[in-house]
Design a binder for this molecule. Structure first.
Ligand SMILES: NC(=O)c1ccc[n+]([C@@H]2O[C@H](COP(=O)([O-])OP(=O)(O)OC[C@H]3O[C@@H](n4cnc5c(N)ncnc54)[C@H](OP(=O)(O)O)[C@@H]3O)[C@@H](O)[C@H]2O)c1
Length: 259
């Protein structure tokens, strides 16, 4: 039986995990809305996936740290008659250093992107998903969301929000036909470490392959799983963190982030 093409909106599709999510949807025959700031990268990916899989693609270059970006983006989709069946809130970045010494504007942008844009887009697409009793939300959290992270304080806190928000949402959505999944990767080989300035951190000495991390998240989303932690070592870390005293966790994270 031929599957009906549905549309997936992927934020942060110009690099890293986002490009892999886009590929997975395209391979399954789904149409795509690709969002990030770098239009050239999005156009390149869109052309490749259109030619390879015969899907429809829409590229929207947007800076999601601008609070007006999510409603603009959504209006554009409404105008084009595009119904979002899959929302992947993947765009995000980190910063490193002692909070008091960091550029405060950039810290606030981090919250705008990692927390507010994710919440805003979810809030915009959910009512229609619930009304038609069908839809999947995949939010990209992080292992970092399970503990406080000295020297990456805002980033870790933003991911704690993503995990708690998604878990609560998944519970509220039971029986609606809509699911919410949070993917919690550990260190993964993307542009993230460079952007956050943590390439030399002990945490990034061995990074996971982004294609496998995205595949794990994608499959977990399709299964409607609430929390998806890729990799046995990461699962063990998350479990250990659950039973570790907070002091131990923050000392450990502080050491690793400073390394
Ligand atoms: N890599 C890791 O070790 C790791 C571990 C755990 C969780 N994560 C999470 O995984 C997600 C994806 O990150 P990644 O590892 O794939 O990093 P990445 O390679 O740096 O990709 C980040 C994506 O977000 C987009 N983005 C950044 N700022 C944006 C903005 N202001 N507006 C719109 N889009 C923006 C970037 O595109 P443009 O620059 O073109 O805008 C890019 O497409 C993030 O939420 C990150 O926190 C990563």
């Amino acid at each position: 039986m031929q599957r009906t093409a549905q549309t997936a909106l992927v934020t942060g599709a110009s690099a890293g995990l986002g490009t892999h999510f886009a590929r997975l949807f395209a391979q399954d025959g789904h149409n795509l809305v690709l969002v990030a700031r770098r239009q050239d990268k999005l156009d390149q990916l869109a052309t490749e996936l259109r030619q390879m899989y015969g899907i429809h693609t829409t590229v929207i270059a947007a800076d999601l740290t601008d609070p007006k970006a999510p409603p603009h983006l959504y209006e554009e989709l409404m105008r084009a008659g595009i119904e979002v069946e899959f929302l992947v809130n993947n765009a995000g970045f980190g910063t490193s250093g002692a909070f008091a010494e960091l550029d405060l504007a950039r810290e606030l942008d981090l919250i705008e992107l990692n927390v507010k844009a994710l919440t805003h887009l979810t809030g915009l697409v959910l009512p229609a998903m619930i009304a038609r009793r069908s839809g999947r939300i995949l939010n990209v959290g992080s292992l970092a969301g399970f503990l406080p992270g000295p020297f990456m304080a805002t980033y870790y806190a933003s991911k704690a929000y993503v995990i708690n928000f998604t878990e609560a949402l998944a519970y509220e959505l039971r029986g609606t036909g809509v699911t919410a999944t949070v993917l919690c990767p550990g260190a993964t080989a993307t542009e993230f470490a460079h952007v956050a300035g943590v390439e030399n951190s002990a945490l990034f000495t061995s990074s996971a392959d982004p294609a496998s991390v995205a595949r794990y998240g994608y499959r977990s989303m399709l299964k409607g799983k609430t929390i998806a932690i890729p990799g046995a070592r990461n699962k063990l870390s998350a479990e250990s963190l659950r039973v570790s005293p907070r002091l131990v966790a923050r000392v450990l994270a502080g050491h690793l982030n400073k390394s």
